[in-house]
Design a protein around this ligand. Structure first.
Ligand code: BDR
Ligand code: CA
Length: 317
């Protein structure tokens, strides 16, 4: 199985991703690091521990990371994830405790101690990962790749062009992209397509299965959105799709493309993806060498990934 570590800002769809990673036999979940993003850090940690209980996970080490982006003040996404970051689903309190060390320390230990290269899965702003790679650059030697949910090769969500995770800490994303660790970008181009249909979500939420009720409530829940937006968002499995892509890569169509994170002005937080046929030959600026070759997910068999998600949690109709 593939050794993975998740970096999360739980978060409705981070919760779904954690559940999938715990349950899929092809994944070996070594640990989870938490970062401020969808919700403040303390809440992210608490949500993450509660989600591990809800899915009956074994002892998975969880550590708190940074409470804010490298440069800017944190900006939460309560309008998307609800006041508690989990859409108000009220998971029971847990006796699980976070590790008594900072996320970078846990990450360093888990990565360097593992006997095989580890896949780091970033489902949140990449502040923890940037600090890790700057503090302990030697971890790169035992990283298979970084799979990140973030960015877009088309439109954004936090701004017209920027996706939330990259926009929340653009400098961190730039540091991670430039780190030399192979990167796989699961951006909005695919993120926005993988959904469980409305009837299935409702049936799960009101069904007999305990986990199914939590999953149904999570995927059906985009609390504070307007009716129009709710229609658009209902059913997305979101971050969970990025984890699904690790066990079923053939469900995704990718292209290796030069990518850069825009740091200035109105485009701040945008991932620039060079999709020209002659990509990399920048005639105006001659900057080709400064772009990072990234495997970018551009197409997805959405039904196949959604089915994989439900099957893995034992929730298929
Ligand atoms: C990303 O931001 C958060 O709202 C989600 O959890 C996901 O990681 C989507 O832009
Ligand atoms: Ca997230």
């Amino acid at each position: 199985s593939v050794p993975v570590i998740l970096d999360v800002d739980t978060g409705v769809d981070d919760a779904l991703a954690i559940m999938f990673a715990v349950r899929h036999p092809g994944l070996d979940l070594l640990g989870i690091s938490c970062v401020a993003g969808n919700a403040p850090l303390a809440q992210v940690v608490d949500n993450t521990l509660r989600v591990l209980d809800a899915v009956g996970a074994p002892d998975v080490p969880v550590a708190a990371g940074t409470a804010r982006p490298l440069l800017e003040a944190p900006r939460e996404a309560r309008h998307v994830h609800g006041a508690d970051g989990l859409g108000g689903i009220a998971l029971p309190p847990t006796t699980r405790q976070p590790e008594p060390v900072a996320a970078v320390e846990l990450l360093r230990r888990l990565i360097l101690e593992h006997d095989r290269p580890v896949t780091l899965v970033a489902l949140a702003p990449q502040t923890n990962l940037a600090l890790l790679l700057r503090t302990y650059p030697e971890v790169a030697g035992n990283l298979e790749r970084i799979v990140f949910m973030g960015g877009s090769a088309s439109v954004g969500n936090a701004t017209a062009v920027a996706e939330f995770n990259v926009w929340h800490d653009p400098e961190a994303a730039a540091i991670v992209l430039d780190s030399g660790v192979p990167a796989y970008m699961y951006g909005l181009d695919v993120f926005n397509r993988v959904a469980v249909d409305h009837e299935t979500a409702v049936a799960l939420e009101h069904g007999d299965d305990r986990l199914g009720r939590v999953v149904g409530a999570l995927i059906g829940n985009r609390v504070a959105l307007s009716e129009d937006e709710r229609a658009e968002y209902t059913g997305l499995i979101g971050d969970a799709g990025a984890v699904c892509s690790i066990v079923d890569p053939l469900a995704i169509g990718t292209e290796v493309r030069p990518v850069r994170v825009e740091l200035a002005g109105y485009g701040r937080g945008q991932t620039l993806v060079d999709r020209r046929d002659f990509a990399g030959e920048d005639m105006v600026h001659g900057l080709a060498g400064e772009w990072t070759q990234v495997e970018v997910a551009l197409d997805v068999d959405a039904e196949r990934l959604a089915r994989l998600f439900l099957d893995t949690l034992g929730l298929s109709a």
